[in-house]
Ligand binder design. Structure first.
Ligand code: PAF
Length: 272
């Protein structure tokens, strides 16, 4: 990978980079299509990163299909797919991590301790290997996007971080590799996430600005669907991720919900 990157740079080429954990869907392809427009070379990594999974999470069962992924990447003009092995990314004796002190203490960071440390670490490592000018991340993982932006700024990485809007199924469910875990009944319940965001947007459009009442209504709506258990419903500042009481400027509504054994997330901006 280093040789490939050095060759590109020697020829004065630019690199757009999409880091992924594979098992591609239209959301990943949207990142790649956007990357294609932003540089001469498009590199995608596929690496199911062990350090961002908790001990009781789905690292082992995370869906994988490398042949299919490579064919899909090829179909949208990816030049190079980087698939490092776990022991190449984390050699014996590895002990350096990237930790942010504030942004992970909200939303998903509270129920997934260590998750963003693993994400920031692997993204920093991948950036050092791939040396891109531009890197693209999906807005579905909104907290991840904010954390990567902060890290790039704090560590003086000369990389433009681009957020790409959420891609949804025709009925509104946000695309996720984990949707594949859902049974037909759970798939119906999973739509509650998107429907709840629409409900909140309607309320705000009608002039409700009290975050607590929006959170209560969204939580009750999701809870009325079979096999759901809400992890969090939060209204936060889109930059700092601190909770807001009043939606008097654009605010992020973020939800995380267990549907059966699958944890799904979604979000939207609420604009008064
Ligand atoms: O969003 C993901 O798929 C992962 O968190 C990432 C950014 C590839 C890091 O492992």
């Amino acid at each position: 990978m280093r040789q490939e990157v050095d060759d590109i740079h020697r020829q004065g080429g630019t690199i757009a980079f999409v880091p992924t954990m594979g098992f591609f869907h239209e959301g990943h392809l949207a990142l790649m299509r956007e990357g294609r427009k932003r540089a001469d070379n498009l590199i995608v990594s596929i690496f199911v990163n062990p350090t961002q999974f908790g001990p009781s999470e789905d690292f082992k069962s995370y869906p994988r299909d490398l042949d299919r992924d490579i064919a899909m990447a090829h179909s949208v003009g990816v030049d190079c797919v980087f698939t490092p092995a776990a022991d190449a990314m984390y050699e014996e004796g590895h002990q350096t991590y990237v930790d942010l002190t504030g942004l992970p203490n909200h939303l998903c960071g509270l129920s997934r301790p260590g998750h963003f440390r693993g994400v920031a670490t692997v993204v920093a490592k991948l950036f050092h290997i791939v040396k891109p000018q531009v890197a693209l991340f999906g807005e579905k993982d909104y907290q991840q996007l904010v954390i990567v932006r902060r890290m790039a700024q704090d560590l003086n990485m000369d990389i433009t971080i681009v957020g790409v809007p959420i891609v949804r199924e025709p009925d509104g469910l946000a695309m996720s590799s984990r949707n594949t875990y859902l049974t037909p009944e759970q798939r119906r319940s999973a739509l509650a996430l998107y429907e709840s965001l629409k409900l909140a947007r309607e309320r705000v459009a009608r002039g409700i600005t009290d975050a607590t009442s929006i959170i209560e209504e969204v939580t009750a709506f999701i809870g009325s669907h079979a096999q759901t258990k809400t992890d969090y419903v939060a209204v936060v500042d889109p930059q700092t991720l601190e909770a807001v009481d009043r939606i008097d400027s654009p605010s992020l509504l973020a939800v995380a919900v267990w549907v059966g054994k699958t944890r799904l997330i979604d979000n939207t901006i609420l604009s008064p």
